[in-house]
Design a protein around this ligand. Structure first.
Ligand SMILES: [Zn+2]
Length: 173
């Protein structure tokens, strides 16, 4: 069972430089700082994206904040303030999933190649599963799975030791 964990959080980040501004609450010139307030939504905390982006200019003395239109706030910035991970986390997450899928594919292919190489060059001690029913004329049963052990390999032949027992495994009827 896989639970999907998702949620959202409001965050705010300062950006730009501190500038002097007229604060109506303080009644004089005070240092102001730009802030971006945004909602970060996530799935599994990693796949992130941003909605509800707002900008404000805040008095550092009293906290009075004025809304700043997006066009004004973004002058001179591409996307002020928001950490790249909050904005592009979803892309990183998708990238990680894609990389995992590719990795599984590559290691499966490598396993397959290794199996093929081992089948092409048996060595003493190898164990193989085979169906004895296919080797004899009148098998006791239609399927007789057995493990055989490679005893000796030379240029002309592969000698295997046949087992005394076989199993018909989960396919038995
Ligand atoms: Zn103020």
């Amino acid at each position: 069972m896989v639970y999907i964990v998702w949620g959202s959080a409001y965050k705010q980040r300062p950006y730009g430089t501190v500038e002097q501004g007229d604060c109506p609450t303080c009644g004089e010139q005070k240092p102001f700082r730009h802030r971006v307030i945004y909602k970060m939504r996530h799935i599994w905390y990693l796949a992130r994206w941003v909605t509800d982006r707002r900008y404000a200019n805040q008095c550092l003395t009293c906290g009075h904040a004025e809304r700043v239109p997006q066009k004004v706030a973004q002058q001179g910035f591409k996307r002020p303030g928001i950490p790249v991970w909050d904005r592009w986390g979803w892309a990183g997450f998708l990238g990680a999933v894609a990389a995992f899928v590719v990795w599984v594919g590559i290691s499966d292919a490598a396993d397959h190649r290794r199996d093929q190489a081992m089948l092409a060059q048996p060595v003493a001690g190898d164990l193989y599963k085979l169906d004895l029913a296919k080797l004899v004329d009148n098998p006791e049963r239609p399927e007789m799975d057995a493990i055989v052990r490679v005893e000796q390999v030379d240029a002309k032949q592969v000698i295997v030791r046949l087992p005394k027992t076989y199993y018909d495994g989960p396919r038995a009827t």
